[in-house]
Ligand binder design. Structure first.
Ligand SMILES: Nc1ncnc2c1ncn2[C@@H]1O[C@H](COP(=O)(O)OP(=O)(O)OP(=O)(O)O)[C@@H](O)[C@H]1O
Ligand SMILES: CC(C)(CO)[C@@H](O)C(=O)[O-]
Ligand code: BAL
Length: 295
């Protein structure tokens, strides 16, 4: 009882549910010369999300978070129904970092009867997560385009944990002349290096132990590549090491050009390691920047 009473006494960030209300509030702030920083999320907030909000708050006078578990970015067999939802807890967490407003629309508000437009970013979605989640990035690009048009923020903040998503969003904003600066925020990690993710809570303690080997194996691989190891052989060895470490499946482990997100064993510019692995019912993705030796 005491814990319940304490929780309901916590301040919560105010919430709006309709586009008209959101525009009215943001219009009022902009009329007063304020700048808006937008942080789109699917809720189940953790320190990664809060870091995005802190940065929005540091760089803009108002931070607005959105909470929408977007059905169109989940394939039918994916975890839309199981995705963790706790809006009251999210609002309390947002209040701790000074978030000014939460926009949490219903599915009907975002996709009213007759909705028939899709934003699709080609090229950048061809590799890495694209082939494994065929309709995912169109769902993300469509909903993020809508959120940027609804809120018209000066800046919008996205985590580099979802690096391909971040690049897709930068491209759609540029291609559609959406005048929002898209800001990438470095990945926030647990003490053992595992990237924070709302889906981490799906793991059992035993699976979580195995997951802690992902950042260690990737650091070892990065050191080998930065030391001049042959790229294809080092990637093949690391894929086997992931399976030996207890991961059930490796969707991909690739080195790809940051700008094109095309896997390459001879990247032309800045490159990253990208990985997606399964452990039980949990799919983990992550990426690491690399400084490869000059050829
Ligand atoms: N560890 C993290 N560090 C920095 N940003 C993050 C981190 N985790 C998520 N984000 C960012 O927060 C935003 C909202 O992401 P989302 O709500 O999907 O959370 P998530 O933890 O990535 O969840 P999921 O498990 O669904 O991938 C995205 O821009 C995402 O990249
Ligand atoms: C950007 C986003 C909020 C769009 O639904 C989602 O893909 C996420 O949380 O990363
Ligand atoms: N954080 C990316 C959202 C998704 O996996 O659907």
């Amino acid at each position: 009882m005491a814990a319940l009473a304490q929780r309901s006494a916590l301040p919560e960030t105010p919430v709006l549910r309709t586009v008209a209300e959101l525009r009215a509030q943001i219009g009022e702030w902009r009329g007063q010369g304020e700048t808006i920083g937008l942080v789109p999320t699917m809720g189940a907030l953790h320190e990664g999300h809060l870091t995005l909000v802190r940065q929005a708050k540091a760089e803009c006078s108002r931070a607005v978070a959105t909470l929408f578990v977007n059905p169109t970015q989940f394939a039918p067999a994916e975890d839309f129904d199981a995705y963790p939802r706790d809006e009251a807890k999210d609002r309390a967490l947002l209040a701790t970092v000074g978030c000014d407003l939460l926009f949490a629309p219903s599915v009907e508000t975002v996709y009213p009867q007759g909705f028939s437009t899709t934003v699709e970013v080609k090229g950048l979605t061809r590799h890495l997560d694209g082939p494994f989640r065929p309709s995912h990035f169109a769902g993300v690009a469509t909903v993020v385009s809508k959120l940027l048009l609804m809120a018209a923020p000066a800046r919008a903040y996205f985590g580099e944990k979802d690096f391909q998503q971040y690049q897709v969003i930068r491209r759609l904003a540029r291609d559609l002349d959406i005048p929002t600066q898209i800001v990438g925020v470095p990945t926030v990690r647990e003490a053992d290096g595992l990237a924070l993710s709302s889906r981490n809570r799906y793991m059992t303690p035993a699976e979580r132990q195995i997951a802690s080997r992902l950042p260690r194996l990737m650091q070892t691989l990065a050191a080998r590549l930065e030391g001049g190891a042959e790229i294809e052989a080092a990637l093949a060895q690391a894929r086997l090491e992931l399976l030996s470490a207890g991961f059930d499946r490796v969707d991909y482990l690739d080195l790809a050009d940051e700008a094109t997100l095309t896997p390459s064993v001879a990247p032309q510019g800045p490159a990253r390691l990208f990985v997606a692995v399964w452990i039980g019912r949990t799919r983990l993705i992550d990426n690491w920047p690399l400084s490869l030796p000059e050829n």
